[in-house]
Design a protein around this ligand. Sequence first.
Ligand SMILES: C[S@@+](CC[C@H](N)C(=O)[O-])C[C@H]1O[C@@H](n2cnc3c(N)ncnc32)[C@H](O)[C@@H]1O
Length: 404
Amino acid sequence: MERFFEKLENSLKEGTIIKMTLSKPVIKNNELRNVYIKPILLKNNKMCQFVFRYERRDETKNFDAAQTMGQVRSLVPEVFQNVSLFTLTEDVTLLVSKKGKPTFMCKPVKEQRAQDLSHDHEKQRLIDPSKPWWYLLGLTTREGKVIADMQHKFKQICKYVEIVDGVMRQTKFDDEIHIADMGAGKGYLTFALYEYLTSHYDKKIVMEGVEIRHELVQKINDIIRDCGIDTRRDAMNRISTAESTIRFVQNSIADYKPSNLDVLIALHACDTATDDAILKGIRNNAKLIICAPCCHKQIRREMEKSGKTDTMTRFGIFLERQAVMITDAVRALVLEYCGYKTQVMEFIEIDNTPKNVLLVGRKSDKPVDKESIAKQIKDLLDQYGIGEHYLWKHLFREPSLRSK
Ligand SMILES: C[S@@+](CC[C@H](N)C(=O)[O-])C[C@H]1O[C@@H](n2cnc3c(N)ncnc32)[C@H](O)[C@@H]1O
């Protein structure tokens, strides 16, 4: 084991490390699945970037050489049984058996290798800030540089695109993909996703942003027209030869009537607007429903009205947090009830707020036990004396949905 740590220490000292992977968790279903480590240059200092890959999220941290040694020692062999270290000159492997017996292997490399010291985010330019719409949307300068105050927003948009892309790649689509972004606001994600999909998917993309505010819709449609996005095929370096389109429609989510709907997105649509969006997706048989809920007022009001607080919810802040959990848990259950395989994801790179939760429902053919799910919803609502959950109640306003 020490021979391995010696190799690691030397490669850090000499700056020859290319990458390292910690894998095979000691506990089979450990939430932390793998750790990927690579050198990066941060303000001219060589550091190691650790990507901690959990079941549903990644966490990135940077450490100097001493901290890297400490981290790896704390993880091997307690948490991971296998380590592969690749350096400019050697491939080093450490395998620790269940009984704790280490096997050390070291193989010199014959070929010439190069190091990549770039930061992950430098490589991941999912969207191109030099495109004219980013300037017109107020995210970049005229020269295409992201404005300092908008860096956070830009990062957030890239993260969303990455997540939506990951989810979409696991879904089968026909030659056209109809996407609606409900409560699209200023349209950052709508544009970003359109830009990304039209340059990475060989499909016709039909994107609609649905927004209730009239002036905003007008302004964004002007930007679309001024940039010629929906008419010029080559404006976005699309690899698709299909004629894709993007447009904004002024409508409330509840009244919006899509002609086709494959992917429904609703990011931070206020309170029950998220429920309206989910309903719209279910009613139109969307293949994918992706929402990041925000401001969970409806259930909070119901909980306050009931006066049924418990040891936790008698404290206002916990009542609020519980309202968030119940609202979104029921949304996830309703999606399952309607035949959607549902995931609740979290992305921690951005602020730690309830807005970080993402509900992803993927339409499935598998039969569901509706009775059991309905009971779970009822029990949860009863426990907190909640008279109605907007989505659950409205689902039954449309009788056909009961059998969907
Ligand atoms: C918080 S913003 C989110 C904007 C964008 N999705 C984002 O994540 O950056 C919510 C937007 O939804 C719009 N909105 C709220 N309720 C709506 C409804 N029922 N129908 C359509 N749009 C709605 C608001 O006008 C606002 O622009």
